[in-house]
Design a protein around this ligand. Structure first.
Ligand code: SF4
Length: 147
């Protein structure tokens, strides 16, 4: 079976997070991990951005690439924080140009409570954010399981 190696970068606002939702969704191939339905996945790196303005983005992908990562996931926290990380688009371009790695926005499905609040705030109403949330939007039943 084909195997994909990935790295996960989380928003430093959630630096104490133990990765419970990310690893559950990886196991269940939900959210952005549905992309790997038919392939084996190994997580070869997991770290935070280092805090605003994201200094660790410059270095962490290098370590992940050395361990064989081809895909870097930005955790769902970057998308659902209040506000979402304002630097994601730049980070994506930087990682592509500097390391030649593919960036995927999100990990676990967006929890329903964040979906509702951001909906009321109209937060994701830009072409970029619409693209960024598409893999983790999921259906209501799935979002409720990640509340
Ligand atoms: S908002 Fe962005 S740059 Fe700031 S801590 Fe979160 S991921 Fe890092």
């Amino acid at each position: 079976m084909e195997k994909v190696k990935i790295g996960i970068i989380i928003c430093d606002r959630y630096k104490n997070c133990a990765g419970g939702k990310c690893f559950r969704s990886l196991r269940q191939r939900e959210g952005a991990f549905a992309l790997y339905k038919d392939v084996e996945v190994e997580v070869v790196g997991y770290t935070t951005c280092g805090g605003c303005p994201g200094g660790n983005i410059q270095y962490a992908p290098a370590e992940m690439k050395k361990n064989g990562a081809t895909h870097i996931h930005f955790s769902t926290g970057l998308l659902v924080g209040y506000p979402p990380c304002p630097r994601m688009e730049y980070f994506e371009e930087f990682i592509k140009v500097m390391y030649g790695l593919q960036v995927i926005f999100g990990t676990h499905p967006i929890p329903e409570q964040y979906f509702l609040t951001h909906g009321a705030l109209n937060t994701w109403n830009t072409p970029f954010l619409q693209r960024a949330i598409k893999d983790v939007l999921c259906d209501e039943k799935t979002r409720l399981m990640y509340d």
